[in-house]
Design a protein around this ligand. Structure first.
Ligand code: FO1
Length: 474
């Protein structure tokens, strides 16, 4: 599939002979009328979108470099800790970045792995290499927003700086200019723009202007040694990091699983999910690319494709919308008033059990289905989509306060899930514990009007014992 995609990208480029770049994907962060004189290059500071092809930020940076007849550089700033990430996550990321380096080398684009914060490393790189313009990618999370703000303060005045949303199909600020209430309020705003945005990608081409600067080889060992992370959370085997691993997983999904997606995706015993989220989280593959490939199967499996597009585009982009427009995207302040009121009213309700963080982390509850889900999370670095909801709701039921429940759920998800530390993870926990993008339901103890899920309900949906047996054996 990777080879088929590569060929098509080039054919398309040759047939159009130049590509149109939709400028709405770009936000200008620092406007400068003219590029500085004696410039020696354009720089893309890569962060969320860790891939070469199908990356609108890199395509835009190359477009600028070609127009100015300048060399093109890509840098990545490696930070020693990141939101409870462990070696499991850094391994996935760094192995993917090795592939990025190789691919960029073949395209005459230098890749620099800078150890440290963007606010220090990028201005230094700009000065040393006489960079004329800077492009970055987009994330709605406050950590990335802060990186961008701090970097902006340290940039020379005459450097144009622009941001491209290379992650969402419809750029976050175009999909909607406000906080959306639920999937139903954003769905049409996104779907009605897909004709303009769910388009084929041109290729990043072999860059015609070569840098005069000699490139140092990247010392990957030094990268690993610079990390200050938990080494005890083991690397997972099922997901091969990088773009090629992503395309292989996609191909397997399209060939073998999509036919079951519509009917079996809510059954944790079945293997009907795409499991693309680790690669999406690190931007090792573009959701847009995957949807273009999957859409080719639309006539054969249209219900499955519709459902997948809803999950992969509408729901993911709704999560970005929430984090972008709601500064309290990961705490109770970010809940709707009805949810805050109902959780407050039930704050003192007696919990059926109380577990400490360590008991939860080590699957020591009296609920075997919950324990099995937690085992899956710890061992595989993922949890089945249906059980993620049950898992988080139980944490609300078993902790002293909704604040503590939310904190524990986010902590465990960020620490163990390959796709943690992502808008989707925060919104998933917020949906389960404080009703974000949901509505009020019949009132009951602890939960108030927050939607309730229980063991009996799970038993009606799937063979719970089979799931437990499988994970207790791990
Ligand atoms: N992005 C970076 O630019 N530098 C890092 O060192 C880095 C580490 C990292 C570790 C775990 C993880 O899940 C993501 C990580 N990211 C890193 C990517 C991060 O998701 C993006 O920077 C986002 O833009 C932040 O929202």
């Amino acid at each position: 599939l990777a080879e088929e995609i590569r060929k098509k990208r080039h054919e398309l480029f040759e047939s159009v002979n130049a590509f149109r770049f939709n400028k709405k994907r770009v936000q200008v962060l620092t406007e400068v009328k003219e590029f500085p004189e004696n410039s020696k290059g354009i720089l893309y500071w890569m962060s969320r979108d860790q891939r070469v092809q199908d990356n609108w930020s890199l395509l835009y940076a190359q477009k600028l470099a070609l127009k100015q007849n300048l060399p093109l550089y890509v840098c990545f700033c490696l930070v020693p800790t990141f939101l409870n990430a462990t070696i499991r996550h850094y391994y996935f990321m760094l192995e993917g970045l090795k592939e990025v380096e190789k691919e960029l080398n073949e395209l005459n684009i230098q890749f620099h792995l800078l150890i440290g914060q963007a606010k220090d490393q990028v201005p230094k790189f700009i000065q040393e290499n006489k960079i004329a313009g800077l492009i970055c990618d987009f994330s709605p999370l406050r950590i990335h927003k802060n990186w961008v703000e701090e970097l902006k303060k340290n940039l020379p005045d005459n450097i144009p700086f622009a941001q491209v949303d290379a992650h969402n199909v419809v750029p976050c600020w175009i999909a909607s200019d406000k906080l959306e209430y639920a999937a139903r309020t954003i769905r049409n705003k996104i779907n009605s723009k897909l004709d303009d945005y769910l388009t084929e990608f041109p290729p990043v081409i072999k860059h015609p202007v070569v840098s005069e600067i000699e490139k140092k080889t990247i010392d990957w060992e030094a990268c690993y040694s610079s990390l200050q992370v938990d080494q005890s959370v083991k690397v997972v085997k099922w997901a091969r990091p990088g773009y090629l691993g992503a395309i292989k997983n996609l191909e397997d999904f399209i060939k073998n699983k999509i036919k079951f997606y519509d009917s079996e995706r809510n059954d944790p015993n079945k293997n009907a999910l795409s499991n693309m989220s680790p690669w999406y989280h690190f931007g090792q593959v573009s959701v847009q690319r995957c949807m273009l490939e999957v859409k080719k199967y639309a006539s054969k499996n249209s219900e499955a494709v519709k459902a997948l597009m809803e999950e992969s585009i509408v729901r993911r982009e709704l999560a970005d919308n929430f984090c972008y427009y709601q500064p309290n995207y990961d705490n109770l302040e970010g809940a709707y008033d009805w949810a805050k009121l109902t959780l407050e009213a039930h704050r003192k309700d007696k919990r059926p059990a109380l577990y400490s963080l360590s008991e939860l982390e080590n699957f020591k509850t009296s609920d075997r289905l919950w324990n099995a889900s937690q085992i899956q999370l710890r061992v595989e670095g993922k949890m089945h989509g249906f059980l993620r909801m049950y898992w988080a709701k139980k944490i609300l039921e078993w902790t002293e306060s909704p604040e503590q429940g939310l904190e524990y759920a986010i902590y465990l998800n960020d620490k163990y899930s390959l796709d943690g530390r992502d808008p989707n993870g925060y919104v998933g926990c917020m949906w389960s514990i404080c009703g974000i993008h949901d509505q009020g339901w019949a009132e009951r103890a602890v939960f108030g009007k927050i939607r309730y899920m229980n063991y009996e309900g799970c038993k009606r949906k799937f063979d719970v014992e089979r799931f437990i047996t499988r994970y207790y054996a791990r």
